[in-house]
Write a protein that binds this ligand. Structure first.
Ligand code: UFG
Length: 335
C-alpha cells in the first residue's frame, strides 16, 4: 500500500482529500500545525472512512522536525496543502506569508531530496493567472503578477518546484484550483473559517444562520450579466478526487513531463448573485444581502477550461452548484 503524506490534511481541501485517498486504498499520514484547523478532524475523518489517519502536529518551518518525520516514515508521495490562504491578511502580513508558505515548501522539498520521495502534488491557485485576457482560462494562459503576497507565494511555489524537479529529477503536479465550495455529504467535515469569513460561501451560510446580519456583495457594476463578479465554484469533493487521480498518475509514472499543471474548475462561471440565489433555492431560505463597493484587488471574472484535466487525469467534476449549496448549508447547521 502506498503511503501518502498530506500536509495541511486537517484543513478544508486537505481533509476531504484524506477521505478520498483512504477510500481509494492509500495509507495516509497527515502533518498539520493546527494554525487553521482543528485536531478533532482526525476523528471526524475516521468516522467517515473507518480508518484513523496518522497525525503529526508539526510546523513545517521547523526543519529538524520535518527531517525527523521523514526519518520515521517512508513516503511514496506528498500532497502539499499546508499554507496560509487569506488574501487580505497576506497584504497586512507579507513576511508571515512568505516565511510560512515558502519555508514550509522548501523544508518539504529538502525532505524529498534527502529521503528519496519522488512525487509531489502542489496546491496552487487560479490566482496565478490574475485577470486573464480571455475566458475560459486554460493552462497556457500567460501568468500575471498576482495582486497579493498570498498569490505571489503560489506563483513562487510553482517556480521553486520547476527548479526542484529539474535539479533532482522529481515528479511534480501543480493543481490550480478555482473557487472551492461545499462540504462532505456526511456533514462531518467542511470549511471552518477563522473569525469573520473572507470567502463568499461561508459568509452566505453564516448570514443564513443569523450569525451575520447581511452579506455585502462586493460590486454591482461589473461588466457582467447582473453586474456582479464571476467565478468558477468547484465542489471540494470533486477537487479531492482530482488529487487522488493526480497522485496515482505520478506513482504509476503516467505523467507526460516531470512538471505538469492542471486547472481544476467546473468550466462554468457564476455571478455572485447567481450563487446567492442557488443557495436560496437549494435550501429554501433567504439570504439578506446589500450591494456594496467593489473589493480592492478583485478581478471581474475567472472560470476554467478544464479539458486538460479531463483528458490527462480522466477527471470530471460531478457535483452541481445546487448540491454544493446543500452540503455547505448542512455543514453550517452542524457546527
Ligand atoms: N464576495 C462578496 N462578498 C463577500 C465575499 C466575497 O461579494 O463577503 C465576492 C467577491 O467579491 C468575489 C466572489 O464573491 O467576486 C468570490 O470571492 P471569494 O473571496 O470567495 O473568492 P476569491 O475569488 O476572491 O478568492 C479565491 C480564493 C483565493 C484565491 C482566489 C483566486 O479564496 O484563495 O480565489 O482567484 F487566490
Amino acid at each position: 500500500m502506498n503511503k501518502i503524506l498530506v500536509t495541511g490534511g486537517l484543513g478544508y481541501i486537505g481533509s476531504h482529500t484524506v477521505v478520498a485517498l483512504q477510500n481509494a486504498g492509500y495509507e495516509v499520514v497527515i502533518i498539520d500545525d493546527l494554525s487553521n484547523a482543528n485536531v478533532d478532524f482526525v476523528d471526524r475523518i475516521a468516522s467517515i472512512t473507518n480508518v484513523k489517519p496518522s497525525f503529526y502536529e508539526i510546523d513545517l518551518k521547523n526543519q529538524e522536525k520535518v527531517n525527523q518525520f521523514f526519518r520515521e516514515n517512508k513516503i511514496d508521495g506528498i500532497i502539499h496543502f499546508a499554507a496560509h490562504k487569506a488574501v487580505g491578511e497576506s497584504v497586512e502580513k507579507p513576511l508571515m506569508y512568505y516565511r510560512n508558505n515558502l519555508v514550509g515548501l522548501l523544508n518539504i522539498l529538502d525532505g524529498m531530496k534527502d529521503f528519496n520521495t519522488d512525487n509531489i502534488i502542489f496546491s496552487s491557485s487560479c490566482t496565478v493567472y490574475g485577470q486573464a485576457d480571455k475566458m475560459p482560462i486554460d493552462e497556457n494562459t500567460s501568468l500575471k503578477k498576482p495582486e497579493s503576497p498570498y498569490g505571489k507565494t503560489k506563483q513562487m511555489g510553482e517556480e521553486i518546484l520547476e527548479d526542484f524537479s529539474n535539479a533532482f529529477n522529481k515528479k511534480v503536479i501543480c493543481l490550480r484550483y478555482f473557487n472551492p465550495v461545499g462540504a462532505h455529504s456526511s456533514s462531518k467535515i467542511g470549511e471552518l473559517p477563522n473569525g469573520i469569513p473572507n470567502n463568499l460561501i461561508p459568509y452566505v451560510t453564516q448570514t443564513a444562520a443569523g450569525i451575520r446580519e447581511y452579506l455585502s456583495v462586493f460590486g454591482g457594476d461589473y461588466p457582467t450579466k447582473d453586474g456582479t463578479a464571476i467565478r468558477d465554484y468547484i465542489d471540494v469533493n470533486d477537487l479531492a478526487d482530482a488529487h487522488v487521480l493526480a497522485i496515482a498518475r505520478l506513482l504509476e509514472n503516467k505523467n507526460k513531463t516531470k512538471l505538469e499543471f492542471f486547472n481544476l474548475g467546473t468550466g462554468t462561471g457564476s455571478t455572485v448573485l447567481e450563487v446567492v440565489h442557488a443557495f436560496e433555492n437549494a435550501n429554501n431560505i433567504k439570504v439578506n444581502y446589500q450591494i456594496k463597493e467593489r473589493r480592492l484587488g478583485d478581478i471581474v471574472e475567472a472560470y476554467a477550461n478544464n479539458s486538460l484535466a479531463a483528458q490527462e487525469l480522466n477527471w470530471q467534476p460531478k457535483i452541481s452548484l445546487t448540491e454544493s449549496m446543500l452540503t455547505a448549508w448542512e455543514w453550517q447547521k452542524s457546527i
